[in-house]
Design a protein around this ligand. Structure first.
Ligand SMILES: N[C@@H](CCC(=O)N[C@@H](CS)C(=O)NCC(=O)O)C(=O)O
Length: 221
């Protein structure tokens, strides 16, 4: 019998949430092990990831690193009819540009939140100020193009592009860095995606050592 996959991550992490939304969309069960201390410099605390990044998936003795890699691995185990649209299945460069900008924005959010809120470095340092400016410009760029890209997507359960964009946008509210309230197309997209059971079941929250930190996640949760 195949072991139940164990996801190592944080309920407050947008990269972790991408995996959880895709797993819920496909109904793939997994156990969850939270990482409480991002200041740890022990790869063992990150499921053996030498880069000390989250999420990580343990499949028996095998470790899978990175959100997209984990999503694809879970999808390979899925025997149902759900169809995730991957980056190479997007209809052209305009849609792939959206995915590229979303990955960039998610990384910039990590840079700013980890650097200023966790490491307490000054937010006005060029390193963070430029990242914030770039993130703001990316959000405006996405807002101007998203509707045209969405309308051209082929039939799907969902796409990695939409899931990652949604996780980015809600994370901007959970860990405020750059405002996006004036981007009405992004707001409409996020409000629509938030109605999906997979989104409702994976809302951002802080993991606590005394909380319900692990256990089997039912399909759809
Ligand atoms: N390329 C990685 C990036 C993951 C990432 O940046 N994760 C954040 C949490 S959302 C993290 O590990 N932060 C801790 C750190 O940067 O030290 C992926 O796609 O999963």
């Amino acid at each position: 019998m195949t072991a139940t996959p164990c996801l190592i991550g944080r309920s407050s992490s947008h990269f972790t949430r991408v995996v959880r939304v895709i797993a819920a969309e496909l109904g793939v069960p997994y156990a969850f092990r939270p990482v409480f201390d991002l200041a740890s410099c022990d790869p063992a605390d990150y499921g053996g990831n030498p880069a000390m990044k989250l999420p990580v998936l343990h499949l028996g003795a095998e470790a899978v690193f990175g959100a997209e890699n984990i999503c694809r691995t879970l999808a390979e185990r899925h025997s149902g009819t759900g169809r995730i649209l991957w980056t190479e299945q997007l209809p052209g460069p305009a849609a792939r540009n959206v995915q590229e900008m979303v990955w960039h924005a998610m990384a910039a959010q990590v840079q700013m939140v980890f650097g200023t809120q966790a490491a307490h470095l000054p937010a006005d340092n060029l390193y963070f100020a430029k990242a914030a400016r770039g993130l703001a410009q990316v959000l405006a760029w996405l807002d101007a193009r998203l509707d045209d890209v969405l309308v051209a997507l082929p039939p799907r359960t969902t796409s990695l592009m939409e899931v990652s964009l949604f996780c980015l946008l809600e994370h901007l509210d959970f860990r405020p860095s750059v405002g996006w309230e004036d981007h009405r197309r992004l707001q409409a997209f996020a409000a629509g995606f938030a109605q999906r059971p997979s989104a409702r079941a994976t809302a951002y929250r802080l993991d606590r050592p005394d909380g319900p930190e692990s256990g089997l996640q039912a399909p759809g949760a």
